[in-house]
Design a protein around this ligand. Structure first.
Ligand code: PQQ
Length: 231
């Protein structure tokens, strides 16, 4: 059995996966460079809805699999962020505001008619992973959020610069998500560092984060392929 990595090396092996983060996907690069058409932006928003609406379920699965009250206590706050106290508040509500701001009807987002098979497979796989794997691997998969705040800030700046047809009210989701992602990812990293005690657990955490990078990348592959022909 290998010795566990020291904290610095373990942290670095997680952070090294930044190069596989979806910020580097050709679709996101096009989106941020202002080269996406309005239908392509709408396709991205309608498909991301499917990912967004699975977040609370995967977080509930992680909490359900976790025997530690101190972890469950902090983890279930993430459900509150997305679901909000009512249908008129919270992350899912803000995502629907974004959908309207880019010109989608709420009904066509909610009935998921635009959700592509590849996006469905990827988001379903993420939920399935969090249900089946040890809780700490589900937690480690959420570490993509270490890489998301700068990417989301760039997105907001790019949208303001290149897509003046998007109503500014639509940016509320990201305005709230950026500070939340910073706080959540600091907390997530601490949980992973504290609870991956063996080298096997550390390696499984790195694999979980790599898997999550693949989930996000696969979603964009599907959107990028379809987006070229979507009207
Ligand atoms: O817009 C983005 O680029 C982006 C990325 C990610 C991510 O890296 O997983 C999340 C989000 N947004 C997000 O809004 C969000 O609530 C979220 C939760 C999680 C997670 O795995 O628990 N990732 C992300």
């Amino acid at each position: 059995m290998s010795q566990p990595l020291g904290e610095t090396d373990f942290r670095e092996s997680l952070q090294r996966l930044a190069k596989r983060y979806w910020a580097h996907h050709p679709f996101h690069r096009r989106l941020h460079d202002g080269r996406c058409s309005p239908p392509e932006v709408r396709l991205w928003v309608a498909n991301r809805w499917y990912y967004q609406r699975h977040l609370s379920q995967k977080n509930a699965a992680i909490a359900a699999n976790c025997p530690l009250p101190e972890v469950r206590r902090i983890w279930i706050e993430r459900i509150g962020f997305q679901d909000g106290p009512s249908d008129a508040e919270g992350g899912l509500h803000d995502w629907l505001v974004l959908a309207e701001a880019v010109g989608l009807q709420r009904s066509e987002v909610l009935d998921e008619r635009h959700v592509l098979p590849g996006v469905r497979f990827a988001a379903d796989a993420y939920l399935d992973f969090c249900r089946r794997k040890p809780w700490i691997e589900g937690v480690a998969a959420a570490l993509t959020e270490m890489f998301s705040p700068d990417h989301m800030s760039d997105r907001m700046a790019a949208w303001r610069r290149h897509y003046d047809w998007i109503e500014p009210a639509g940016l509320a989701y990201f305005e709230r998500r950026i500070p939340a992602a910073r706080a959540d990812s600091t907390q997530t990293l601490q949980v992973v560092l504290d609870h991956c005690e063996t080298r096997e657990q550390q390696d499984a955490a790195v694999r979980a984060l790599a898997f999550k990078c693949d989930v996000l990348w696969a979603m964009l592959d599907a959107i990028d392929y379809k987006g070229q022909s979507w009207t």
